[in-house]
Design a protein around this ligand. Sequence first.
Ligand code: SF4
Ligand code: SF4
Ligand code: SF4
Length: 354
Amino acid sequence: MPEVLKLKLDRPEKLYDFILKLAESALKSKVVDSAVIFQKQKSHFEVKPILIEDEKKLSEFNVSAFNCYYPSLYGNLAKYLYLTPIKNSKNFLMFAKPCDIKAIDELKKKGYSFNGYIVGLSCFGTINVKTAKKLEEIIGQKPIKSERIDEEFLHLTLDDGQSKNFSIKELEEKGVLVRSNCKHCFDKISSSGSDLFIYQLPNSQFFIEVLNPSIKKILEDTGYSFEPNGNAVNFINEFKNKIQRQAENILSEIEEQFLKLSDSEKLKYWWDGKLFSKCTKCLACVRACPLCICKLCILKKEGKALDKSQVHLIRLLHIAETCTNCGACDVVCPPRLPISSLFQIAQRNLKKSG
Ligand code: SF4
Ligand code: SF4
Ligand code: SF4
């Protein structure tokens, strides 16, 4: 069983200071030669991953926005790794959400190798960048310093030091939407594939699981205090089970709506009615998917000439089994088709049928 340590923070908002400190300690001690960090773009809510080598530059970057808003640039970090020269870096440190890490694992299974360490972060859902902009209206254009999402709340710290807490439910009523794939995400606190994993649990309790002891040194060099915690594993497992039950229920509700239909209605629903009839065959979902990397992709070559049902059945056959529920396809789809939900339902049924 990997070691689990309790992380003591004065205030929960300090989580992202700790994360930057972790990157600083890894770069200073030369455990890694570079770190993937997140740079703000035109608005506070848009962040782009970039690779840096100089720890003195870390204070210029924002990690909290990455963990709260779904990035519009590159989307899933596996896609960033795949598309940029970072894969040639000798040894990098990357902070990632569970769905990023799952996709990185899938790329590894397809033969891609990366020289890096991954620090996984609990993730309670991300807000679509387009709707996140409404937050500015709600808080009155005050600059946001950092943010944190937990199970029920979005906690903002403003530049003037004020704290604002919003229930996710209330934000959704005001049009600030958590992405639908996040609502049925089973992996919110899954440490699988990480070298270190930071758990954010109820009552602002933070734990760190050390899955790769060879980078424990970077924790020790941060100057933060950690304590072994014998109860943590039970506590984490209980919370993980709760999250998985919630995801299971939400996915079942979506599936039930579908199963209620007769066969001809199903066909109508997906292909002729309100869903895939709206597909324009733009293939943005193919380009965004971190798993759609076949060199000889028939969809990229001839997708426009195929029938819509062929496009989606080919993708379903190729991806449903390994779909990581990252939702990159949902974000880029102009008519907002719930592609990840469909793929997750298919995946669940594939698992059930063995
Ligand atoms: S799918 Fe899961 S891990 Fe990914 S952003 Fe949503 S809640 Fe986070
Ligand atoms: S099909 Fe959609 S949700 Fe699944 S891995 Fe690809 S982009 Fe992510
Ligand atoms: S992104 Fe949406 S509209 Fe474009 S091909 Fe995919 S499902 Fe169709």
